[in-house]
Write a protein that binds this ligand. Structure first.
Ligand code: SAH
Length: 216
């Protein structure tokens, strides 16, 4: 790809984000800065700047950029926040969050994905991200509670341990619903007396699966 084509693709990438409702300037700036091309390997690397999910290793997917933008926007992170991401995948969502929050913990049930993502974080010098291989349905009790939690795999309901690890005043964004039907991205806010839920938009994610992957 020539420099010109690359620059043009990146412009179109940002244009697509805006036209799909990603309007928060901080989120757009982070997405302009973090090159999605580094998180997609092999055959599909050519298509890294299209607004489409793409296959990554272990039969998983890197989410559609506009969905990453809308989820990040809904999470409403601030620079002092400690964030947990469940579902590292390629590491792209964590890298975007690393620009906006103080500390990111990200977990995936596939060891290989965590290893690959760590390499990209190191190459980009994203020192505020820590990635672990673990079953994120139980959260990360050692580091809890969190200001923000983002789940990038679909659960039937928001997992109880994750709700319990959210600070009062905290926000969690999670796709809910059966894996083969349309799911809904919801935002959960924790307050003194309990939780409020609101629905953001329909989405489609790979399922949240219990336990570590067999290769991990
Ligand atoms: N956020 C990623 C996309 C995630 S795809 C990105 O930016 O590229 C969903 C990921 O969730 C997959 O990598 C899958 O392995 C992981 N996953 C599914 N169930 C999980 C669980 N119980 N604990 C941790 N990770 C899980």
């Amino acid at each position: 790809m020539t420099e010109d084509t690359l620059a043009e693709r990146k412009m179109q990438f940002l244009f697509a984000l805006r036209s799909k409702g990603v309007t928060d300037m901080r989120v757009l700036t982070a997405m302009e800065k973090v090159d999605r091309g580094l998180f997609v390997r092999g055959l599909f690397a050519e298509r890294a700047y299209e607004d489409t999910p793409l296959p990554i290793a272990c039969g998983q997917t890197i989410s559609q950029p506009s969905v990453v933008g809308l989820m990040t926007q809904a999470l409403d992170v601030s620079p002092r926040d400690k964030v947990l991401e469940v579902g590292t995948g390629s590491g792209y969502q964590a890298a975007i969050l690393s620009q906006l929050a103080r500390r990111i913990y990200t977990v995936d049930r596939h060891k290989r994905l965590v290893r690959d993502a760590r390499q990209v974080f190191e190459a980009l010098d994203l020192a505020n991200i820590t990635a672990f291989t673990s079953d994120g349905s139980f959260g990360l009790p050692e580091q809890a509670p969190f200001d923000r939690i983002i789940v990038t795999a679909a659960a039937e309901d928001p997992p109880g341990p994750l709700l319990a690890q959210l600070k009062i005043g905290g926000i969690m964004v999670v796709p809910v619903g059966q894996s083969d039907t349309v799911q809904s991205m919801i935002r959960v806010r924790r307050h003194e007396q309990g939780f409020d839920y609101d629905e953001i938009r329909p989405v489609r994610f790979v399922p949240l699966v219990e336990g570590l992957a067999p290769d991990s």
